[in-house]
Write a protein that binds this ligand. Sequence first.
Ligand SMILES: [Zn+2]
Ligand SMILES: [Zn+2]
Length: 387
Amino acid sequence: MWHRGTVRLVPVMGRSMNCFAAVFREVGAPLSLETIALDPPGPSEALVRIAAVGLCRTDYHVIRGERRVAMRPMVLGHEAAGVVEAIGASVGGVVPGDHVVLTFIPGCGRCRWCRQGLHHLCAEGPRITQGPQLDGSYRRRDAHGAAVGAFCMIGAFAEYAVVDQASVVVIDKDVPLDLASLVACGVPAGVGAARHRARVKVGDSVLVVGCGGDGMNVVQGARLCGAATIIAADRVDAKLAWARDFGATHAVKAEGEALTRTVQEITGGIGVDHAFVCIDPPATLLPAFRATAKGGNVVVTALTPDTVGEIRIPPLELFVTQKAVMGAVYGFASPRLQIPELLALYRNGDLKLRELITRTYPLAEINRGYADLEAGRNLRGVVVFGR
Ligand SMILES: [Zn+2]
Ligand SMILES: [Zn+2]
């Protein structure tokens, strides 16, 4: 979004530029809308004009202090797509003009996991809450000259971002960039959890607890896998209605023991083959675990606040029921593989993307977007940059 009355900023190699950004300064406070200075890309980096960035719940956990980051100020925003405007001297496979999706875990290409194609497990992953670029330095400064971090080494709540090539996936230009932003986080997280982590099979039964950005995509992932029974659980009526549109066969407004009981009734007392915990694991993991069939899978796709140190599952119950409890970040598959594949599914009409976007906002109204997320009004809110 450009300020009315200002001329368009044109990046010049070798000089820093100003750009409008939503900056995380204080826990619990609205994001601060300000102009920051952005340095040109380093040798392995690209300057990306952000076209769209999703309002994922993870950034909201950071704003609320439930997911700690190592520094402030920091530009949040990690579910983004845009256009490359400039590249550093050693960048390969990316050129100015490319349309790109940014990945919230960098794929360094060198660590044990990246060498195995497991980019979602990259050894650099734990550094995404620290603030600096992949090379350890900063590209952003505020009006006082203080270093500004970039959440997930992306910092996409801004008109522009400088990111390492390890965080860039080039996509075909036929996909609208607002839809492409969705395959940066929520869509692979959910669809991948069903396809790659639980490996849902034709005819299986599935429970999805929490039908937001991740959960709704678990629903469509389970549908893609041919699940026969897909039970969506949420406390918001609108999300249950949307879940049916995305492929849920049952919509349940129940929590805790009532949820377990309802799922057991639907499945004839057996439980589901796969349960997905897509919201508030401290409250939902045990009910989902108990709604799962013996030998089944329980997949956690949601973040638990740093303030919660443990979740209890009775160990004898775990042992005798022989269930697997597992985590899935990024849908447990490399975004470099998933992003092109998901866009191909979209092109074929097999994956809903447009339907995921409830509302769009200019960057200046990002705090209203998060208020709408908090109120349960959005399946996905997206900040779009009109030009
Ligand atoms: Zn996200
Ligand atoms: Zn790596």
